[in-house]
Ligand binder design. Structure first.
Ligand SMILES: C[S@@+](CC[C@H](N)C(=O)[O-])C[C@H]1O[C@@H](n2cnc3c(N)ncnc32)[C@H](O)[C@@H]1O
Length: 281
């Protein structure tokens, strides 16, 4: 059962450190996100709405694609996220990009867009199809709907490293337990059902996962910092296994483990889904 949807229940919170973690996440998921936006038909000149924009990485990618003749509006229900996105956007000159505080479900009251996009936001909705159906009212007939969601559950049962890393197994199981307590860790492969239940055409889909080894991988820090962000939520759900002290050394231990084995670890697969609305609704 998913938690009630409101900002108190957003699993990762919005501390400064969490917003940094979102930056790291932006680096890891930049490639698949750009590829999904392009596959979904995002083109120069389009007006785009990014729901659950967080600190603005997806909106920035979209703004690079639509160029100066297009525009991107990032919408998020959290004030700190919007403040962070606005501060970061000041460092990205030349992009037609703005941000605004608001609920995804109320998007239609903002205006009409050529495309609705979002990443890692439907997984946090107790009823993603309803939120999607509401948000899609902001899209013109013939417009685009493009989402990227992770499928965290894909890494369970040891399908996350070669050779098998017991430490990474602990990380994967812990994160799936914590996120799974309040959000959908199967949102990625469920995107087809979510689109259809929202009354949209069945989407085209693809999935990608970052696979890395070696000393320089950013995955060790990303995993450690995302666990740190989730410690309060884990405590609230009586999930033990990591604390501040063990997280402080986790990045180094994970790096050492993977480098020593000469192997790789797999990050959460990201699923891209996209469709075009009918010209006549
Ligand atoms: C995991 S973060 C993803 C941020 C960004 N899309 C990215 O990929 O970097 C999810 C974001 O969605 C926002 N969010 C969740 N549910 C929302 C809703 N119903 N309406 C608006 N924002 C929402 C949260 O505040 C959070 O900033």
């Amino acid at each position: 059962m998913l938690a009630e949807h409101n900002k108190e229940h957003y699993v990762l919170g919005h501390t400064a450190r969490e917003l940094d973690r979102l930056d790291l996440q932006g680096v890891i998921y930049e490639g698949v996100t750009r590829r999904t936006l392009l596959a979904g038909g995002l083109r120069p000149g389009m007006r785009v709405l990014d729901i659950g924009c967080g600190s603005g990485d997806v909106a920035r990618l979209a703004a690079e694609i639509v160029g100066e003749t297009g525009s991107v509006l990032g919408l998020d229900m959290d004030e700190q996220a919007i403040a962070s996105a606005m501060a970061r956007a000041a460092q990205w000159p030349g992009l037609n990009l703005s941000f605004r505080l608001g609920e995804a479900s109320t998007a239609a009251s903002i205006g009409q867009f050529d495309a609705l996009i979002g990443r890692f936001v439907l997984m946090h909705q107790p009823d993603p199809a309803t939120v999607l159906a509401q948000a899609v009212r902001a899209v013109r007939p013939g417009g685009l709907v493009i989402f990227v969601e992770s499928h965290m559950a894909a890494l369970l049962n040891g399908r996350h490293s070669t050779p098998f890393s017991p430490l990474y197994d602990e990380v994967v199981r812990w994160k799936c337990a914590v996120v799974g307590a309040v959000a959908d860790i199967e949102a990625g492969y469920r995107l087809r059902q979510t689109f259809v239940a929202a009354g949209l055409p069945a989407p085209q889909l693809h999935a990608e996962a970052v696979v890395e080894g070696g000393a320089d991988s950013v995955l060790y820090r990303y995993m450690a910092e995302s666990i740190r962000s989730m410690l309060p939520m884990a405590a609230a759900h009586q999930i033990t296994g990591f604390d501040e002290a063990s997280v402080d050394t986790l990045e180094a231990r994970l790096r050492e483990d993977v480098v020593a084995s000469g192997g790789v670890i797999v990050c959460w697969p990201a699923v891209g889904a996209w469709c075009q609305l009918p010209e006549k609704l």
